[in-house]
Design a binder for this molecule. Structure first.
Ligand code: CU
Length: 173
């Protein structure tokens, strides 16, 4: 019977040892970077989350819209809330409601929730992406830095009208 020579206990050759050390150092570096970048990177939106029922959230948004509506665009109210206040956005099949008009350089608490299924808030071209879930009020602290019209699209497939779920956010000087 043929028995292959067992060599695994023999000392490692130099190149093999070098590559193992390189791989180990790289693994340690990547592992360390995960928590470090979570803290140091500026990619995370400062946010708080609360529970809210779809019914409650709809009522809050309706009251907010009635109070600060200044215009209507394609049948959707345009709302201009006071600078620095709590602002509300509602996602539902297949609409973002209302259209927010914010002031540049002012911090806002942006509340987002859904009243039906999961949606994805994607603000372009700044590429700010947030999950929108029914039952949760996600509050992102944002400060618009540039005036203009920003596009909002839904980036979480939410059935047949998903591709129609686009809106905008207006930032004024
Ligand atoms: Cu959607």
């Amino acid at each position: 019977m043929f028995v292959p020579e067992r060599v695994w206990w023999k000392p490692l050759s130099r190149p093999e040892k070098s590559w193992l050390i390189i791989a180990l150092v790289w693994c340690l570096f990547l592992t360390a970077m995960m928590p470090l970048w979570f803290v140091l990177g500026r990619q995370n939106v400062p946010a708080e989350t609360y529970t809210v029922t779809p019914q409650q959230y709809r009522e809050i948004v309706d009251a907010f819209t009635a109070q600060y509506q200044v215009d209507t665009l394609n049948g959707v109210p345009v709302v201009e809330p006071p600078a620095g206040s709590d602002v509300y956005l509602l996602a539902r099949q297949w609409q973002w409601y209302p259209i927010l008009k914010l002031k540049k350089g002012t911090p806002y608490r942006l509340h987002i929730s859904s009243t039906d299924v999961q949606h994805g808030f994607s603000l372009q071209p700044v590429n700010l992406n947030l999950q929108v879930l029914p039952g949760y009020d996600y509050v992102a602290k944002i400060t618009p830095t540039q005036a203009g019209d920003y596009s909002i699209v839904c980036n979480e497939f939410c059935a047949i009208g998903h591709h129609l779920m686009a809106s905008k956010l207006i930032v004024t000087d």
